[in-house]
Write a new protein. Sequence first.
Length: 472
Amino acid sequence: MTPTDPMPAPTHPAPVLQPSPLQRAIGASALGNAVEWFDYGIYAYGVTYISAALFPDMEEAVLFALATFAISFLVRPLGGLFWGPLGDRIGRKSVLAMTILLMAGATFAVGLIPSYDSIGLWAPAILVLLRMIQGFSTGGEYGGAATFMAEYAPDDRRGFYGSFLEFGTLAGFSFGAALMLGYSLHLGEEAMREWGWRIPFLVAGPIGLVGMYLRSKMEDTPVFLEAQRAAEDRPGPRLGRLVRDHWRPLIVVGGLVVALNVVNYTLLSYMPTYLQRRIGLTHEQALLVPIIGMVFMMFFVPFAGALSDRIGRRPMWRFSLLGLLVGAVPLYMLIGTGFTGAVIGFMALGLLYVPQLATISATFPALFPTAVRFAGFAIAYNISTSIFGGTAPMVGSALISLTGNMLMPAFYMMAACVVGLIALHFMPETAGKSLHEDPFAPPPRAADAQLRATGSGGTNVQTISSAPTEGR
């Protein structure tokens, strides 16, 4: 190198772009929700194999398997009562790391249950126990994941970022359904009934370990940490105080969840059984219809979430509830015409449902103040889901058997939407609002507002203090 040669520029390794805390929060929350719905997907799509392997050989075996599916929802309120207050006390991330491990572990263990021919009635008994563990853990999973994501998201984009939690819902369910369908096509009916149905359940184990690792590496939400510092010297809220002071959001969320999850579980969980046993599609066709519909729905979920940031949550819910109220019966009639009609009808119902689905995690957590957000959301959501959501497949099947009318699931869906519309009337708009606010708090009285404006001392304070105290 001569003195006139330019010095070579120093080389630096290209910077490695690390995901932001918000991106990590989205990934950790959505993965846990995907594990939850992966379990629902493989159970719903494998219910005929599960009933054949783990229940006595009887006409009502599938109905008993659906009832076992519903049992997990009956213990979800207990999970909400346990995990919700715990999450408000020790933090969201610690609870979420535990719930995903329990949830995935219970799903994994279902794949290890010996058959009814091997251990008799112990087989359905063990299945019920594992479904109860799964339901107990799920009682804290969804409310915690939605709260976690909502508290990390910026106020003006909470709908968009929160929609990825529901993207995880559809992705997990679709993956579970596709896995069960794929093994069914590859292995054949005999192998699936003997052992093939177990493989998708075993897949949940490693997925759960990955999810626990991701969640354990997250920091708790800034909103929660700030509220925790401000409330260090105050005792945590008790259940009685939660019900007494926040009964309005509890009732509103419970009513909205009636509509949300009757539609959800009727459309996603019960549809394969309905298409095969009631409409007469082949097993493969019955599994394929919802998979196509869910993949179609996934493309619209982020757009619906972003739209709710612009026009509000209430208009999105109103459009969805009214659309399903009007469209449920004609679309179910279209579904009953055959495979092509079933695909089109499912896609249309799914598109009408997306405005609800995409805005859950932006809408519900914002209705509660930070100190009781996890507990309030988890308790209201899980009580309503356990009574109306998880029982929807069993109720739909029983109503058809009772009446012989194949449109009974649509009528049940419509009744749930009426309940949702009543609850929506009392729901305040929360789009763009800070999570530090309580949307159900009464507006400040004029005297209180004047006192804060003028400060202490002086003539104004004297005037306020001498004002009538009527209504205090």
